[in-house]
Design a protein around this ligand. Structure first.
Ligand code: NDP
Length: 309
């Protein structure tokens, strides 16, 4: 049985930064990248807020660079999905469809996925007017009218942020009450650039090449109307990718991994980085920072483990 010093599950900025640092520490990390590797940046176009790229960089190109950089120092990357983990005893076992891997330590960097409405037209206009990240894409909607779908804190935050660019922001909330915290609601309702429409759901995104309007329906009256919009930000929540860890490490009520102390989890030897533990910042650069922290913590942990044996 071949045991890796560390196995990294996930290949977004958190996982690949952890891979870079553990590889440079000569821990020869194994990265189980997933079949759809690279995380959420693979779904974006221009990334303008990752430091070091003065003129921006395409999301997929940034992730390819991170992979190549980690490989250059000896990280091994396999493109498989993890279907099962056993964190109960060491070495930890990680199973994919076709193989089993063993690790003295694990870094979980499986990220979170944005929830989408699930409309075919939403898919069609993703990256062409429909987005799930205001900090990433807001800038492209200077002097345009924008819709924000959702009524939670994230939707409020997106709406407020987008007022920097948009001429008008319309929040579409599906019920008669916003779910967001009082303070966020107050900020939104006090902002003259924002209008909140209640009991409204999106039926369809419309346009030719790019989004031009949003067809909405009032859930009380059944009436439909079309609002001219060049941008629509879906902010109806995220789902952390923690299904395979349920019952083995501590998760919060929403399924995010609860860090015990910086990057440690409730299972000794298992560490966590990135959006799978962070619903607040959710940025590539913060995820990368946490990946670095997890790698340094793993290094220290393995060193202590060696000393105690
Ligand atoms: P939430 O689960 O809090 O809110 C989701 C919102 O989306 C609700 O208004 C919900 O409506 C709506 N929604 C869900 N599904 C659909 C759908 N299919 N169609 C239309 N609307 C839908 O998620 P958030 O991402 O907003 O927040 C997650 C967590 O992060 C929360 O704990 C929040 O407080 C926190 N957070 C805090 C921030 C801050 O403090 N500044 C910023 C961002 C997030 P309904 O209410 O009807 O279910």
């Amino acid at each position: 049985m071949d045991t890796h010093k560390t196995i990294i599950i996930g290949s977004g900025p958190a996982g690949l930064t952890a891979a870079l640092y553990t590889a440079r520490a000569d821990l020869k990390p194994l990265v189980i990248a997933g079949l759809t590797y690279g995380g959420q940046l693979m779904l974006t176009t221009e990334v303008e807020n990752f430091p070091g790229f003065q003129h921006g960089i395409q999301g997929p190109e940034l992730m390819q660079n991170m992979i190549a950089q980690a490989e250059r120092f000896g990280a091994k990357i396999v493109y498989e999905d993890v279907v099962n983990v056993d964190l109960g005893k060491k070495p930890f076992k990680v199973s994919t469809g076709g193989a089993e891997y063993f690790g003295e330590s694990i870094i979980i960097a499986t990220g979170a996925s944005s929830l989408w409405l699930g409309l075919p037209s939403e898919e069609k206009f993703r990256g062409k007017g429909v987005s799930s990240c205001a900090t990433c894409d807001g800038f492209f909607f200077k002097d345009k009218e924008i819709a924000v779908i959702g009524g939670g804190d994230a939707a409020m935050e997106e709406a407020l942020y987008l007022t920097k660019f948009a001429t008008k922001v319309t929040v579409l909330n599906r019920s008669e009450k916003l779910r967001a915290s009082k303070i966020m609601q107050e900020r939104v309702l006090a902002n003259p650039k924002i209008t909140v429409l209640y009991n409204k759901v999106v039926e369809e995104f419309l346009g030719q090449e790019k989004l031009a309007s949003v067809k909405i329906k009032d859930v009380v009256t059944g009436e439909t109307q079309e609002l001219a919009m060049e941008g629509a930000f879906v902010a109806i929540g995220h789902k952390p990718n923690t299904e395979i860890f349920k019952g083995q490490i501590e998760l919060d009520a929403k399924g995010y991994i609860v860090p015990q102390d910086q990057t440690r989890t409730s299972a000794a030897g298992v560490f966590v980085a990135g959006d799978v533990r962070d619903y607040r910042y959710r940025q590539a650069v913060t995820a990368a920072g946490m990946g670095c922290m997890a790698a340094l913590d793993v290094e220290k942990y393995l060193h202590m483990d060696e000393k105690s044996n």
